[in-house]
Structure formats: structure tokens, C-alpha cells
Design a protein. Structure first.
Length: 121
């Protein structure tokens, strides 16, 4: 099944590449800031990516959700940790956060972190 998440992961690299070609100053400026601030420090990369995911869900940014789920997984976040982030978002934001939990689930499925056996989403 094709979802917004699988579509995102399929086309995002080309879209970002095209954006970088057309707006190199924006790409360099943002890239330098991102690399400096999202690396290990007092907080780990995993912790920072979980925070970024929560913010992405809170501001209802689909691309942010998909990007930060992927980066959090690469940094070692588990499905359980990612779902706990969703719980914090819903606690802090209520309904607007709740309706974006399916985007997180789509991303997990697209990245191969499907629900455990017997759990349907």
C-alpha cells in the first residue's frame, strides 16, 4: 500500500536535491545550522530527533514528521520511544496532536518498524 510516508521517502531526496540546486544559499545556511545544532552535545542525536519529531507533530508538518522519524530511527530510537513521543504530543496538544499520530505510524511502517504481531494499525 502506498501512503504519504512511502511517497515521501521515495521522492524527498530528489526534491531536496532540486531545492539545493536552485537555492544554494538557503541550503548551505540551513545545512550548517542543522549539522551544528543536531549533533551530539549535552543531548544525544536520538534525543534531539525525538524532540524535533514532537515539534513537527505539534506544528502539523508532515515532511518534518517523516524526516525526524527516519533520523530518530537511524539514531537508535525504538518504535516504543517514538510512540511515547506521540503520547506526549497528544498530552500537550490534545486533538490536533492526536490526528497526526497516524502520520507517525505511516512513517514507522514505511521504514519497516511495523506494529508487533497481533497489533493492527
Amino acid at each position: 500500500m502506498t501512503t504519504n510516508a512511502t511517497n515521501h521517502y521515495a521522492i524527498w531526496p530528489d526534491r531536496i536535491g532540486a531545492m539545493k540546486e536552485e537555492t544554494p544559499d538557503i541550503a548551505r545556511g540551513f545545512g550548517a545550522m542543522f549539522q551544528k545544532l543536531m549533533g551530539d552535545g549535552a543531548l544525544s542525536v536520538r534525543e534531539k530527533e525525538l524532540i524535533a519529531l514532537a515539534i513537527g507533530m505539534s506544528v502539523r508538518c508532515e515532511a518534518c514528521i517523516y524526516s525526524h522519524v527516519e533520523k530518530a530511527v537511524k539514531a537508535g530510537a525504538t518504535r516504543e520511544q517514538l510512540l511515547e513521543v506521540a503520547g506526549v504530543v497528544v498530552t500537550m496538544q490534545g486533538g490536533p496532536g492526536f490526528v497526526y499520530v497516524p502520520k507517525l505510524l505511516e512513517a514507522l511502517d514505511a521504514l519497516g518498524l511495523s506494529a508487533p504481531e497481533g497489533v493492527s494499525v
